[in-house]
Design a protein around this ligand. Sequence first.
Ligand code: NAD
Length: 509
Amino acid sequence: MSIGELESIDPRTLEPLATVPDSDAASVEAAVSRAAAAWPTWRALSYRERARHLLRVRSLLVERADELVKTIAAETGKLESEAWTTEIVVTCELIDFYARHGAKALAPRRVRSGLMVHKQAEVRYEPLGVVGVISPWNYPFTLAMSPVLTALFAGNTVVLKPSELTPLVGLAAGHLFADVGGHPDIVQVVTGGGAAGEALVRSGVAKIAFTGSVETGKKVMRAAADTLTPVLLELGGKDPMVVCADADLDRAADAAVWGAFSNAGQTCMAVERVYVVDAVHDAFVDKVLARTSRVRQGQGKGNDIGSMTSPQQVEIVERHVADARDKGAAVLTGGRRAAGLGGLFYEPTVLVGVDHSMDVMRDETFGPVLPIMRAVDEADAVRLANDSRYGLNGSVWTKDKAKADRLVDAIEAGNVCANDCMVNYAIPSLPFGGLKQSGIGRAHGIEGLREFSNVKAVARARVSLKEPQWFPVPGWLQPAMRRFVRLRYRRAFSPVLRVGSAGRRQGDG
Ligand code: NAD
């Protein structure tokens, strides 16, 4: 490997796969210029024309899916079955959703003009320009394609900087757009590390869509502040699971094991900590242990989970488990690298006797570790769930629907599941994003499409008369306004009903 290059490694074997350019600022700027040159033609298309083109991209994706899945598995160590479900299907479904429902979401809409009955008010959604996308390695295809496609549907062109751990997946994603014919330059891919990412943030793009860790997200926001470049930040999580005494314990235990260990625990909305009320704690732990002992780990078919992706991440997992042990936690199973598998395989690990003095309950572990904590009651479980700087996702488990609703309200997060876990991102109509330090803005859904739009507020005069407040201001204006304010806004004249109906009608034409 020479200077100016990056090596991609297969984490299952630690063998090198390929070398790619470690792009410098000049290459990043050149890519932004190419995307900017492609923008006028792309933005001039109607939404339906853009959708037709992106459906052709999806057909090419489907043709190349076997090959894409192999590249994803080789660069991340995940199983091909996981790549089919969480990378290929999720991406294809997002295209489907935006192709069907995006045109309506971005159509100009009339809104009420309030007092100004002699004006017309309209909201328009316009593309922003070139969007910079910086993506992570844990779902390298989905988390690159999702913001790239959303920005394209909204009429922008894109420069993508994939993770330095998964550049081949990023390049393969870029080839889909380059090879499909018609608009080959709408997506530019620049490979490289943090410096290339920072160069993209500083390149003058219209918006940055960043998915990654909280720490890097803060750096991105700091750099973006210099040019006031808007940022969409999809950051880390420490997602809690709250298990009530009346939960379906079998389903909850199945979900905890899948939610914590699938993708080797490297999911932003993985189940990272569980709070179980005292009455069912021991029964729940037994069920989790029985299921964990049946999780099959290895390469290829017939397994449930593969290897982790980066040596640094395995070290974080080891540090968290050691810290928990030192502070009194018990490791009921796992707690070490998987003997005989090589690469970066770490055993599914269950911890009990944990508390909030431990890193494993406070910081993102991002590995196959499931810490379970006893809570006095439901209120205690919710308090502990919310005692976190993160707020990405969470789940609540009870058979009582009304209680589930109350608990959903009580969890401080951008996304919450009831009697389910980690499904939010796979439902393309649901906006996805974080609260607290888990991020800013929303991906997916109508909200996601509008994240990549300039929301333009247009006011139009209906009549061509002199406005009373224009110069010269007439003498009657002030006394008239005084009378008007008293008449219109006095409490007695503002019945609640009127407020309610205005709220319901907001956004009507
Ligand atoms: P990371 O923050 O290390 O890197 C993410 C990307 O940022 C990479 O492409 C990297 O090269 C780039 N980068 C690094 N330094 C930069 C800088 N100074 N300026 C600009 N870009 C820079 O994250 P990761 O380890 O690749 O991914 C794992 C993290 O991502 C976890 O914290 C996980 O929770 C989070 N994540 C969040 C979501 C979500 O939707 N909220 C989804 C997946 C992953």
